[in-house]
Structures are given as structure tokens and as C-alpha cells.
Design a protein around this ligand. Structure first.
Ligand code: S3P
Length: 432
């Protein structure tokens, strides 16, 4: 564990680039492995979560390497071409990595054991094992249905029709990936829309996929074409810098090539509703995803009631929204977000505890929290519970705190945002 402290900082000024989108990076690698021939990926996130997926895919028989120009090359094995790995696959801290990979192997006739770190080992996996069992896969785990889990993939998958009981892009995507090696049509019914990167990348790689109101219909055994992918920068990583600039007086920053897929931009909408000066420039579409440069300036914010229906489009951003809420005039109410309790940590409980210890007025609800404007005393060490977004949120809050805020473990930031502190320090932050 390495501690890191963030202290009162001058204005944040500059043009910066944040690392590649985590969700799209996992999916790009997996799709390229299922295509036949060589695909290339530029802008891949080289954080631990995605590198874990890369290693897992290599263990399943794919050849993947990075060239001297930073471009990743993937030689796909084709749908149905995965081989049984010699050892268990360690998926680190990554819920997306493990759930997508479970979907992938469930309809291949191989047996694979998945393990993870202490955070991942606490997270619920029945949400994927239940639908994947309907395809014919079987699972061995402890009584709680948590990792380690051994997946015995089925040789004769049956297509399914599944209504998602929880709004989760990971579960939806696990089913869609299992459908690729399943004859016939698999239908996923999604009442509350979640991020649609899988739908977009399926189309980009040539999968026969139809969307019809709440239904996503995937026809199995399409032949995937090898592709050249460009991964946009991660809006969820940009979120920390957006909030940092909004709350640090005098700030003015531009971030390039950020993914602005509608299903991911709930935080930006919320911050604009709160009075944030955020604009999108140079909008374009790349590899099926909308991208823009984002310009953010320090702003006076006002608290709002965040619409509950916005939750899926900003699910990872509530921790950092708390840092903005502390500075806003009036309270900010965040409800309908009980899913936060089963992320890398219980993000509601951990944020509330950490904020209270910094002197912030906050109320915990079963399904969320209310943050009131407060002066931030700081002078504390926050327990991050192996959660990268908790770690970065408190470092952002430290930029405007009376005394420094220290996090107990900065290493966890490497899962999604390598170079986070250096990037912020490069534009005027004081993190060491
Ligand atoms: C993700 C989906 C979300 C999100 C996670 C990434 C994805 O999880 O929190 O960081 O890439 O599909 P859920 O599907 O559990 O909501």
C-alpha cells in the first residue's frame, strides 16, 4: 500500500489526454480475439484491469502484443476457437473483466476457473451465472456464488430469452458474448437502458444484431471480421478532471477525444444542470462511438436532486459527484443508486464515512446519499477499500481542503487510470 496526499492547489490549466475507455478496451480485445485474422487497437487502456483481460485471452489461445508505436495487435482464434487454459485466470479487481470473460467461455466446451483480488471476491456473480446456466453452462463455487468460480462451458449451447433483473451492462454483455457461439437467436430484454458499447462493437465487427425497443437480438455463429479499432478516452476517468476543474478556482482545461456516448454522459448533464461551465467541441464518430473534446472552467455550482433515471448513465461517477456537491450551494440528493453497494466497494457507505471524516455534512440513505455544502477540513487518511474511484474522488476533494487529504492506498488507481496524479500535477495540482 502506498499513501498519497492531495493539498490545496492553484488553478488547473492545460490541454490534457486521459487514458482509453475501460469498457471499450475490454470489449475491443474480446471481439478481436473472436474475429479471424489480425485486428489492431489504438488507444487501449493499459490499466491493470484491461491488462488482466489481455492475459486471460492469451491463456485462452489468442496472440496479442503491443508494437513499438503503442499499437496493440490481436490475432483472433475465431468464434468457437478458444482453448482450455492450463491454470486459473486471475482477473484482479475487474468486475467487467470477469463477467464478460465468464460469458465468453460459457458456450465453449472448456473448463475455466476465475479468481480475483479481495474486492472482486466479494462481488455478486449469480447475476451472470444464472443466465449463463440457461445456455447449458455449469458452475462450481462456494455457497455464496462469489469467486473463485469454475465455469464448465457447454458443448451444445441453447439460445435463451432473458429479461435482465438488474440494470447491468456487464450482465447484458456476458449474455451477448455467450450468444455468439450459440446457434439461433438469443434475446436480452433490457427495461432500463445501460451502456451500449457491446451493441455498437458487435455491429462494428459484423455480428448479426438487431435492436427492437427493449430487445437486443443476437444471432449466433456470425463470422467476425478483423478490424482496426480506436478506443476513445474514458469519460469516467475524465470525470475526475472535470470535477477537479469545476471546483478549483480559476481552472480552465481541455480534454481531447473523450467518449461522449449518451449512455455514459449522465455526470456531465448533472454538472451542467448544477451550473457547470462544460462544453463539447469537435464532435465526431469513431469506430461506432461518439467522441468530442471537452472544455471545462471553474464554476459556481448549485445542488440538485439528481434524476434517478439518470443513474445507469453515471453509475461510476457518483463518488466524484460528491466532491462537486460539497462545493455547491444547497444540497445534492443522489437516490436510486443501491447498485453502488456492490461495486469495487460499498461506495455509498465508504463515501459517507470518508466525507464525514473530512468534516462534510452528509446523510446516508439505503439507496443513496444527500450531500450538503460544507467546509472541508481534511487532515485525515481515507480508507480506499481496493476501490480506484474512491481513491481518486478523495484526491480531487483534497485540492480544495483546508488540510491535506491522504488516501491509504494509491496503487489501486492503476486499475483504471495509470498516471492520474502526474497528469493532475502537470496542470497545477499538488498531489504527492
Ligand atoms: C461496465 C458496466 C457497469 C460499470 C462498470 C463497467 C461495463 O457495471 O459500473 O464500471 O463495462 O459494462 P454494471 O454492469 O455492474 O452496472
Amino acid at each position: 500500500m502506498t499513501e498519497l496526499s492531495s493539498s490545496k492547489s492553484g488553478p488547473l490549466i492545460g490541454n490534457i489526454t486521459v487514458p482509453g475507455d475501460k469498457s471499450i478496451s475490454h470489449r475491443s480485445l474480446i471481439m478481436a480475439v473472436l474475429a479471424i485474422g489480425e485486428s489492431t487497437i489504438s488507444g487501449l487502456l493499459e490499466g491493470e484491469d484491461v491488462l488482466g483481460t489481455t492475459d486471460a485471452l492469451k491463456a485462452l489461445g489468442a496472440e496479442i502484443y503491443k508494437d513499438d508505436n503503442g499499437m496493440w495487435h490481436v490475432f483472433g482464434v475465431g468464434i468457437g476457437g478458444l482453448k482450455e487454459p492450463a491454470t486459473p485466470l486471475f482477473m484482479g479487481n475487474s468486475g467487467t473483466g470477469v463477467r464478460l470473460m465468464m460469458g465468453l467461455v460459457a458456450t465453449h466446451p472448456i473448463t475455466v476457473t476465475f479468481t480475483g483480488d479481495d474486492s472482486l471476491a466479494k462481488r455478486p456473480m449469480q447475476r451472470v451465472t444464472v443466465p449463463l446456466a440457461e445456455f447449458g453452462a455449469s458452475f462450481q463455487s462456494n455457497g455464496q456464488g462469489t469467486l473463485p468460480i469454475t465455469v464448465k462451458g457447454t458443448q451444445m449451447p441453447l439460445s435463451i430469452n432473458y429479461r435482465l433483473p438488474v440494470a447491468s451492462a456487464q450482465v447484458k454483455s456476458a449474455i451477448m458474448l455467450a450468444a455468439l457461439n450459440t446457434p439461433g437467436q438469443t434475446t436480452v430484454i433490457e427495461k432500463i437502458p445501460t451502456r451500449d458499447h457491446s451493441e455498437r462493437i458487435f455491429k462494428y465487427f459484423g455480428v448479426d444484431i438487431k435492436q427492437n425497443n427493449e430487445q437486443i437480438i443476437v444471432t449466433g455463429h456470425s463470422e467476425l471480421k478483423a478490424k482496426n479499432m480506436t478506443v476513445p478516452a474514458d469519460s469516467s476517468s475524465a470525470a475526475f478532471l472535470v470535477v477537479a476543474a469545476l471546483i478549483t478556482e480559476g481552472s480552465d482545461i481541455v480534454m481531447k477525444n473523450i467518449g461522449i456516448n449518451e449512455a455514459r454522459t449522465g455526470l456531465f448533464k448533472t454538472l451542467i444542470d448544477m451550473g457547470g461551465n462544460i462544453s463539447f467541441e469537435n464532435k465526431r464518430t469513431e469506430c461506432g462511438e461518439e467522441v468530442a473534446d471537452i472544455h471545462v472552467q471553474y464554476s459556481k455550482l448549485t445542488g440538485i436532486i439528481v434524476p434517478k433515471e439518470r443513474a445507469p448513465s453515471m453509475i461510476d461517477e457518483y463518488p466524484v459527484l460528491c466532491a462537486a456537491a460539497v462545493c455547491a450551494a444547497g444540497e445534492t440528493v443522489m437516490r436510486g443508486i443501491e447498485e453502488l453497494r456492490v461495486k469495487e466497494s460499498d461506495r455509498i457507505a465508504v463515501m459517507v464515512q470518508g466525507l464525514e471524516s473530512c468534516g462534510v455534512k452528509v446523510t446516508e440513505h439505503p439507496d443513496g446519499m444527500t450531500v450538503r455544502p460544507s467546509s472541508i477540513n481534511g487532515g485525515v487518511t481515507i480508507k480506499t477499500h481496493l476501490d480506484h474511484r474512491i481513491a481518486m474522488s478523495f484526491l480531487v476533494l483534497g485540492l480544495i481542503s483546508e488540510k491535506p487529504i491522504t488516501i491509504d492506498d494509491a496503487t489501486v488507481i492503476e486499475t483504471s487510470f495509470p498516471g492520474f496524479a502526474n497528469l493532475l500535477n502537470g496542470i497545477g495540482a499538488n498531489i504527492c
